[in-house]
Structures are given as C-alpha cells and as structure tokens.
Design a protein around this ligand. Sequence first.
Ligand SMILES: NC(=O)c1ccc[n+]([C@@H]2O[C@H](COP(=O)([O-])OP(=O)(O)OC[C@H]3O[C@@H](n4cnc5c(N)ncnc54)[C@H](OP(=O)(O)O)[C@@H]3O)[C@@H](O)[C@H]2O)c1
Length: 176
Amino acid sequence: MSTKIAGKVVVITGASSGLGEATARLLSAQGASLALGARRVDRLKSLADELNKSGGKALTVATDVTNSDQVKQLVDAAVQKFGRIDVIINNAGLMPQSPLERLKIDDWDRMIDVNIKGVLYGIAAALPYMKQQKAGHIICVSSIAGHKVRPGGVVYSATKHAVRVISEGLRQEVKP
Ligand SMILES: NC(=O)c1ccc[n+]([C@@H]2O[C@H](COP(=O)([O-])OP(=O)(O)OC[C@H]3O[C@@H](n4cnc5c(N)ncnc54)[C@H](OP(=O)(O)O)[C@@H]3O)[C@@H](O)[C@H]2O)c1
C-alpha cells in the first residue's frame, strides 16, 4: 500500500526527542524530506546525520517555538532547501503537572508559550506558503487532555483544548 509520503516536505517542531523524533524516523524511512526544529541542536544534528546516512534528506534549524522568527526561519529553510512545504507538524510541547493551588505560574507561562503560541507561530510560518501552493497539511499535536481535564493537569489540558480549537477553527477558515 502506498503511503504517499515519499517526496513530501515535512517540518517537525520538537524533533529532538519523544514523538517528534519518532515521527522523523518514520517519515524519513518512508521517503519524506525533513526540516527538524528544537532547542537541543546536538540531538537534532545527530538524528539528521543518522537519517541522512541511511539515504534520507534532513536539515536542522535551532528553533525555540516561543520565538516566531525562529519558527519562520525553520519553515523558510525547508522551502529554500526542498522547494516547498507539504506538512508542518506542530509537535513541540511540555506537560509539567501540579494542582492550580501550588501557583506554579512559571510552568503555566511556559505551557501557554510553547503549547499554544508555538502552534500559532507554526501556522503563521507555514500558512502563507500553503495558501500560495493551494495545498498543505498543518498537524497540531493535542492530547487526550485536549478532551478531558484531570486534577493536576488543568493548565496543560487548557493548552491542549486550545490546540484542538485552533486546529478546528483553522480547518473551517481555510478549507475553501
Ligand atoms: N508523551 C505522551 O504521552 C503525550 C500524550 C499526548 C500528547 N503529547 C504531546 O506530544 C507532543 C510531544 O510530546 P513528547 O511526549 O514527545 O515530549 P518530549 O519527549 O518531552 O519532547 C518534547 C519535544 O518538544 C521540544 N520542545 C520543548 N520546548 C520547546 C521549545 N520552546 N521550542 C522548541 N521545541 C521545544 C523538545 O525539544 P528541545 O527541548 O530540544 O527544545 C522535544 O523535542 C507534545 O505536544 C505533548 O503535549 C504527548
């Protein structure tokens, strides 16, 4: 069965570990060209080296998704190197847990900045190219926490609800 992945240009945020890294390996094995972003450049580079040695095409850009310019640089690098962008996977995210009454305001800020603003910056960077191409997929990683809320995970859950709402709103707005 064809996966139709071969030759596609895919940008992945948070590609230095976890789901992002695993997705990069899977898509590279299926023939996608990849632009990999995250803050830990050493991990990104060793992943890209490994993929390129196995016949893949991967570039890396140091990317903090809380910085819209850096997210734009990641997407621009993909277009410059590979000629287009077919998919962006807004995957970077974090989930520190604590009850609200512990007032971990720094954690709340980081989750809002990375999980919500990072996704919006990914959309801002990719959408103009995709509109020009009249094609593209924007994939935003939410969570079961984007559907349910549990004690200790309230702010994380709020950010993942936001990711789901942003994705659905984007779908409604750009579908035509
Ligand atoms: N694991 C789960 O069970 C689960 C379940 C549902 C949803 N999710 C979601 O899946 C996504 C990936 O989670 P994971 O479990 O794979 O986590 P992970 O292993 O901790 O990886 C998180 C990735 O996000 C990156 N990241 C964090 N802050 C960043 C920032 N400011 N700028 C750029 N990249 C940043 C990290 O890279 P650097 O530190 O190098 O920047 C890392 O590559 C998240 O959105 C998470 O909410 C995970």
